[in-house]
Write a protein that binds this ligand. Structure first.
Ligand code: ATP
Length: 234
């Protein structure tokens, strides 16, 4: 469904990604793991074309994504739930959610999408008139995820959805990403909870200094000695 082929990318003169290639099949739950600064968020931004690759190609289904504006990429069916949530704090939960359905395709389904996300996140239904800036950290993350779903994606890019959350709320977020996957969406997730992420994913890629250095089934990588030493402290 998604193919990233030999991508180099970075910021100005600073190259962050080096010849990155990987794929995510339809229906898969794939994850990217790597140390801080390895380039995980940059990969997510490059897929959404918030960062333009200087080399290589990115394909989603039959469409080459290079040069396509981010809003059009959303319309093709890729939702990006960014690190740090990036909600509009002075707007209500409902208004933030509506902003997730601005593209033509999403707009025509706005009512059904709103009902779908409110069912997935009953807490947001209760708090739909509250200003997003006054939500708790966990509720803000739910709102950011729900806003991504409002575009009716086929694939969701989750960038560190559990960042800054308590262990209990992290469990809630993992449960919700699992549920979203069960509903048929394809997932690519970046997560710092490596053990848990490798346990639930179908396929994982390990990124070191902007290069993919390992790939495999999540459970295989959990047993890998290098992964154990680098990420699991074993
Ligand atoms: P983390 O787990 O800490 O979020 P990451 O693997 O997601 O890290 P990136 O955020 O992709 O890493 O950053 C990779 C490198 O690119 C880092 O050295 C970072 O400082 C640099 N970088 C990220 N964003 C920018 C930017 N807007 N301008 C310049 N450099 C950037």
């Amino acid at each position: 469904m998604l193919r990233v082929e030999h991508v180099d990318a970075g910021y100005g003169d600073v190259q962050v990604l080096w010849d990155v290639s990987f794929k995510v099949d339809a229906g898969e739950f794939a994850v990217l793991v790597g140390a801080n600064g390895a380039g995980k968020s940059t990969i997510m931004k490059t897929i959404s074309n918030l960062v333009q690759p200087s080399r290589g190609e990115i394909w989603f289904e039959e469409t080459r994504l290079n040069g396509i504006p981010p809003n059009r990429i959303i319309d093709l069916g890729i939702a990006h739930v960014p690190e740090g949530r990036q909600l509009f704090p002075e707007m209500t939960v409902r208004e933030n959610l509506e902003l997730g359905s601005l593209t033509a395709r999403a707009k025509s389904h706005r009512k059904q999408s709103m009902e779908w996300v409110m069912e997935l996140f009953p807490r947001l239904r209760e708090r739909q008139k509250q200003l997003a800036g006054t939500l708790s950290g966990g509720e803000q993350q739910m709102c950011a995820i729900a806003r991504g779903l409002m575009s009716r994606p086929k694939m969701v890019l989750f960038d560190e959805p559990s960042l800054g959350l308590s262990p209990l709320l992290t469990q809630d977020i993992f449960r919700l990403t699992h549920q979203i996957h069960q509903e048929g969406l394809t997932i690519l997730m970046v997560e710092q909870n490596v053990k848990q992420t490798l346990t639930i994913c179908d396929r994982a890629y390990v990124l070191t200094n902007g290069k993919i250095v390992m790939e495999g089934k999540g459970r295989e990588l959990l047993e890998n000695q290098e992964v154990k030493e680098a990420f699991l402290g074993i």
